[in-house]
Design a protein around this ligand. Sequence first.
Ligand code: MN
Ligand code: MN
Length: 314
Amino acid sequence: MTADKYLPLSGREFPRFSAIKTFFRLPHVQVDEDYEVGIFGVPFDGGVSYRPGARFAPSHIRECSSLGRAYHWPRGMNLFKSLKVADIGDCSTVPISIEATYEKIESFVSVLAHKNKKFISVGGDHSTTLPVLRALRKKIGKPLSFIHFDAHLDTYPAAWGCEFHHGAFARHAVEEGLVNPKRMVQIGIRGPLADNTDLDFIKKHQITVCTMDDIKKSPISDFVKTLPSFSVDEPTYISFDIDCMDPAYAPGTGTPVPGGLTSYEVQQILRGLQVKNLVGADIVEISPPYDHSDITGLAGVDVVFELLCLMNNK
Ligand code: MN
Ligand code: MN
């Protein structure tokens, strides 16, 4: 049982539309306190190639998470009674510099990693994942196993002469040795692509790619069984780009692609994943200015809840 300090503010005492907004109405604490999992925001969208707005996601997710509840019915788990989770605020960013932002994210996550805290980063665009992985790789001392939800491969080349952008983070993560491509799975991928040469990188590095066709050709419960499992000896990271979901289920994103996952399919995949040592995770690419009726925000909250449950392997 966790201390009362880490229980969310009760909706039966304070209505869910009231009080100061934190993730899941959890306490906002300093980085060095005794929580087990810290949720923080990374309000940065200087790496996007199309629609901006992901810098506003952390506050949007805090707002939408007021509707979050503690008890995961299929798992029979009261998450916040068994895991000490807190809102540790936002990582500071520099809206006009991706390089300066990368330094800030890497040092923020390094502090958490050296305190052996698990965490969920709420982006921000997908460029923000790279410095998180750099910090974890340094602490762990070997490449991470990596599960990457996305419509896009994110292994694309430089754009406008710039190496670092949201469509290239996965390529850099492999090339810098941050993740092990042989223990890397991409889920929800679909076209169109610029050309078939876009597939060269994943072929060269033997990355496992689960396309939407792979996922939809059988019942979702059968697809889940085809996924590899990740043992306790394998520090694993999950990066969840909300555009893996169909724009009907997640319209508020920067680079939407038709033909994606439903909310229910995402739940089934996240509940079925066998990951025994999830050291960190993120959710990225939610762009509140393009959201409608909080559809995307609420989907994002649901994903964060499933990720937290996956971290709670007690
Ligand atoms: Mn992405
Ligand atoms: Mn994407």
